[in-house]
Design a protein around this ligand. Sequence first.
Ligand code: NOJ
Length: 560
Amino acid sequence: MERKWWKEAVVYQIYPRSFKDSNGDGIGDLRGIISKLDYLKELGVDVVWLSPVYQSPNDDNGYDISDYRGIMDEFGTMADWEEMIAEMHNRGIKLVMDLVVNHTSDEHPWFIESRKSKDNPYRDYYIWRPGKEGREPNNWESHFSGSAWEYDEATGEYYLHLFSKKQPDLNWENPNVRREVYDMMKFWLDKGVDGFRMDVINMISKVPGLPDGEVQTGKKYAWGGRYFMNGPRVHEFLQEMNREVLSKYDVMTVGETPGVTPAEGILYTDPERHELNMVFQFEHVDLDSGPGGKWDIRPWTLADLKKTMTKWQKELEGKGWNSLYLNNHDQPRAVSRFGDDGTYRVESAKMLGTFLHMMQGTPYIYQGEELGMTNVRFPSVDDYRDIETLNMYNERIVENGEDPKTIMEKIYYKGRDNARTPMQWDDSEHAGFTTGTPWIQVNPNYKEINAKVAMEDPNSVFHYYKKLIQLRKQHDIIVYGTYDLILEDDPLIYAYTRTLGKEKLVVITNFSSETPIFRLPEHITYSAKQLLISNYDVDEKEDLYEIRLRPWEARVYKLQ
Ligand code: NOJ
């Protein structure tokens, strides 16, 4: 397998609004990030993926961009950005920027022009259609509730917005749109950025005719995903982008691709196809969603997690490359969702880190994950800020009259603001995030869970993550070894091996508060073993053939 720096790297995601505020306005900013680069250096990460910092009216916290070449005022200036990237590079940290080009803000100059008249030169930059029998052009539902179409008085037509109505979809069929996007990418690459995380990039090509989706009973709109995800021209567009832009730089790319299967994942990431380096698949974070989508919550099972992760590990092996993540700014906190954020918070956070970082692929750490930060339960919906959450609440309670308590439980479990409460730096007011009033409240558990406490405690999640990252630098097998699931049917233990030449890793993780027995399968033998990492004290002499695991225990052995 070809060696690549981005396969060997660990990525840290910064959600700038919630990371660190330097000027007391309650909103994280670039100078705040600069002040915390030594912290990231100490953790040992190689790459920062920075969620959008471009000019934006913030309908969706920066994922609605009104100027791709300008920095959002709340975040600072271009000079601050230049200092930030220089200071990252000084510390050997690369910078991956978010590329949001499925849609712009409705306040982007292109859209302002586009909506003026049907013959405006920018009209065709977006997807406009006349209504059908007094209704929207089709029945697609927006990701943020309601119709995916908005009627515009000025010209009497509707425009498509797969997300909020302030996020009109760009028309990628138009070569001028593509050229503008490629020029903008070159602008940032020439300023030194080391790659892009591409927002919902598998939605840029829509099926011609924009056919209706199938409406589920009791619903007004339909999920149109099959007509806009992995659409007919998406690979052609990405190959063009690669040819025109990416191939000219040594950068890393990761596509956000909801609904992607491993077969499609290979199409995006097979190096011979010259598209992307890796994609974010969603199957493992959709295990607790029912047919009704994200808010149709059901328990996930370890059996399904094994099936899903193993499928991705095996199917991409030698063909594409995986990205590894358990949370990000759109997902609940990993320790609350997959671990135990009560009694065994520290143990389970470390176990989850082990589970993920030992797989094949590039691991992503979401800010605060390295502290074992948890979900939050704010008492009132007024404490929430996320447009997806608020639109859902509004639709279900105000329009459908559903029970507020049930809806709040859904928000506590799945709401995106779980991940967006401010980074917990210390035990001072507002967790040291800001000296002002934070744009969203801090999680009340910040006195116990914060970076200062974690850095001082050698047994913290932080120090454990630091070690996970260092191990990756010391053992090629962690990056390049092949993966095999063992103990497939065990209901509590997730265990797997990695193999490279004569070396083998055995990764043992207990996904429960119980104390199950791990038994090494007979086909695995060894003459020497080395414990690489564990989240409990382990007697080095203990043999591997039978181990009684402690709650949420994790161990990694290297065998020879
Ligand atoms: C995915 C982003 O991660 C999410 O935060 C955003 O709301 C949508 N794409 C729309 O840009």
